[in-house]
Ligand binder design. Structure first.
Ligand code: UDP
Length: 362
């Protein structure tokens, strides 16, 4: 089969790094980079570090509102799909690149495969939630990280075939975390001692695009009773600059700011942190896998199992809740969630079966 994969942002490069290798052993893949994340440290570094093949097509579409960005991607993908004529189109996660790829393919009657299908925060004010729901409803093959995700899809009566494969980001994390745990030079390079610091990541629009909420985030950082390592996402950096809060943050002695980091370096910081403070989806799971307590700067999460097991605490931007979570002891049990590191292979098997199904229907 010829499969056209659309990726565009950091977590999608990480997910594609898990799937692309096994996929290319069985099929032909045409990799399209929309350009949604174009900074070298959010994009190029992950291709070289994680061994992802260079994109075959670069669309260079970034910036603008969600609507404008998605529509420009749709317009660019339509002629590309007509030219490449793939047997199916593969998308990951919940970004504008995901929705644009899925919708362009569905309009062209090309089967859509969605990896990380069925995740729901049930918060439609999040652009990611809209992208997830809409993508799932035009997908033919919905590959879910968990049974909860499959149950969400059953409740919404989606049309496509649903398969629980596990989470492909777990495949990557399980490969990289064992070595990352002992790389003491990484925290040292950020001027912190292993097990003594908080690793912070924040870039959700709902937290950084609203000045009052950004101020609340900076107030939380100021009050943290631990050293903080904060690799700052470009979106957050821009908002901090616009509000003048960048100077406030830079003046805090316990805060060690950094540019966005390569995967290995970020993973080493995550595995050796005392706790992780984040509004990222991927980081919540990675903290769970690493056995590091996670404090999530959101009121909801798609990764509900991490909360149910007691390893993740939802605090939104409530300082008291952050401080209480930081002082509480982690649970002892940490059952396996989201698979055993073989999700990518299961994705490829399910995609191959899509071909035999369409052959038998012809
Ligand atoms: N990550 C990274 N460097 C960083 C911050 C995050 O490699 O400086 C990785 C992290 O390990 C995870 C992914 O990026 O695998 C999460 O991406 P992000 O938070 O941008 O997206 P989300 O998961 O929220 O969609």
């Amino acid at each position: 089969m010829r499969i056209l994969t659309v990726v565009g942002n950091r977590p999608q490069f990480i997910k594609a790094a898990a799937v692309s290798g096994p996929l290319r052993q069985a099929h032909e893949e045409v990799l399209v980079h929309t350009g949604q994340h174009h900074d070298d440290n959010l994009s190029r570094v992950f291709f070289s570090e994680l061994g992802l093949a260079a994109p075959d097509v670069q669309l260079h579409i970034a910036g603008g509102t969600n609507t404008s960005q998605t529509s420009r991607m749709l317009a660019a993908l339509e002629p590309l799909l007509a030219d490449v004529r793939p047997d199916c189109l593969l998308v990951y996660g919940d970004t504008n690149s995901t929705l644009a790829g899925a919708l362009a393919a569905a309009q062209a009657h090309i089967p859509v495969v969605h990896v990380e299908a069925g995740m729901r925060s049930f918060d439609r004010s999040m652009p990611e939630e809209l992208n997830r729901v809409l993508t799932d409803h035009v997908s033919n093959l919905l590959l879910c990280p968990s049974q909860t995700a499959a149950d969400n899809l059953a409740a919404e009566s989606v049309h496509g075939k649903v398969v629980v494969v596990g989470d492909v980001m777990v495949d990557v994390a399980l490969r990289w975390q064992p070595a990352a745990r002992s790389q003491r030079s990484v925290p040292e390079a950020h001027s912190v001692e292993p097990s003594s610091y908080v690793l912070l990541s924040s870039h959700r629009a709902g937290n950084v695009d609203v000045p009052e909420r950004l101020q609340a985030l900076v107030d939380i950082i100021a009050s943290l009773p631990r050293p903080v390592v904060f690799p700052v996402h470009p979106r957050t950096k821009a908002r901090l600059r616009e509000t003048g809060l960048d100077a406030t943050l830079s003046s805090m002695e316990h805060v060690h700011l950094a540019d966005p980091l390569p995967y290995a370096e970020f993973t080493a910081l995550l595995c050796q942190a005392q706790a992780v403070l984040t509004d990222s989806g991927g980081v919540q799971k990675e903290a769970y896998l690493a056995g590091v307590p996670c404090i999530t700067l959101r009121a909801n999460t798609e990764w509900v199992e991490t909360v149910e097991t007691g390893w993740n605490t939802l605090v939104d931007l409530d300082l008291e809740a952050v401080l209480a979570a930081l002082e509480s002891s982690p649970p002892t049990a940490r059952p396996q969630l989201y698979g055993d590191g073989d999700a990518a292979q299961r994705c490829v098997t399910a995609i191959s079966e899509l071909q035999s199904r369409s052959t038998s229907l012809a």
